[in-house]
Design a protein around this ligand. Sequence first.
Ligand code: IMP
Length: 426
Amino acid sequence: MPGSIVVGTQWGDEGKGRVVDVVARECAHVVRYQGGHNAGHTLVVDGETFALQLIPSGILYDHVVPIIGNGVVVDPYVLLAEIDALSEKGVDCARLMLSPQAHLVLPYHQILDELAEAQLGANKIGTTKRGIGPAYADKASRIGIRVEDLLDPDHLRLRLNSALAERNVLLRDVYGHEGVDPDALADELIREVAPRVAPYIGDTIGHLHEALHAGQRVLFEGAQATFLDLDHGTYPFVTSSNPVAGYALVGSGIGPGAIDQVIGIAKAYLTRVGSGPFVTELNDEVGDLLVDVGREYGTNTGRRRRVGWFDAVMARQAVRLNACTEIALTKLDVLDQLETIKVCVAYEVDGQRYEYLPHLRRMHDRAQPVYAEFPGWQRDLSEVTKREDLPREAVEYISFLERQMGVPVRFVCVGPGREQYLRFAA
Ligand code: IMP
């Protein structure tokens, strides 16, 4: 069946939105399957910038049904603000479908996220403070509030009362916060949020199955990335959901047979926001140049991203974890000015060489990069539209990465504009 997954192979911000935007042209449905408004996809369409956090970027196409799956955590205020902003720009949001099983991120989740980070001090995770972790924690603790609870005011009140009976203890006794009044929150949700969210709630699972059976292509859009995955990332410096491709199934309610394409998104260098290990990190003028040229500041939080060389060890591991069938290489043009480009091809830990991530997380902290070096192309790639027009050095860089990862690169981005990309045929 025709299902495609787009998944980040690094620490997020690989430019997934760009690739989704192009692939979505050939799809009937685009689904978000995990995460929440900690994601930030920026799209430049006809010179206008769209920054989307929750709504799948496929919304910008009239033929696409954008779906927020059951695995996503939804801040209803952010959702409504995005709908309003898109509507103001003339984008019709009536097609949007929201899973009733998705959990809500509510104001007390955000308060808890902020207070927990402050308490951790120097050991903080560096979260986006959007309440994502506490919302997923409530889901696992079975005190979460689901989208469908908005449809039943009495039930919503009961659920909020029992959730806040627990969470207020934490807020008051551990963090010295005054706590959140469940009845006031319920009143507000019933009055202002529920009537506006209700029209978007639908049978996302039934809809997806019918589409897949009818042979319509469905795109599953991962947020964050492989090494922010709760299981496979650099724990505890991870997000609280599973961005890996396998979770596209769980987070949208389909089975493995539906997937025939997994596109791994890799930036031509590496970035990370927040704390945690970073073997190829650059704290020098090359790093500053990558931040400047690549505009490496969070879409969502404005934070300066940490930058480093491409890490083929992580990329290989990501290809394994997600069963990537191809790679989309983004931001190649950011390397245009460099005289020399490095790629980390292996790690050395205690004198031993590793081609994949060492199986113990603490070995990752001690890993030293083994680099291969390449001459840069030192030419502007932003106008290139065909593989034949790429400088020889750029072609060699791409081919080297393909050999390192063991899967073909089918898509290369050379600028932020919607059409600044090259596509390589299979
Ligand atoms: P949280 O998802 O807000 O809990 O943050 C946990 C970690 O994931 C932090 O290191 C964040 O910086 C990182 N993170 C969350 N969302 C994104 C994203 O969309 N791009 C990059 N990093 C992210």
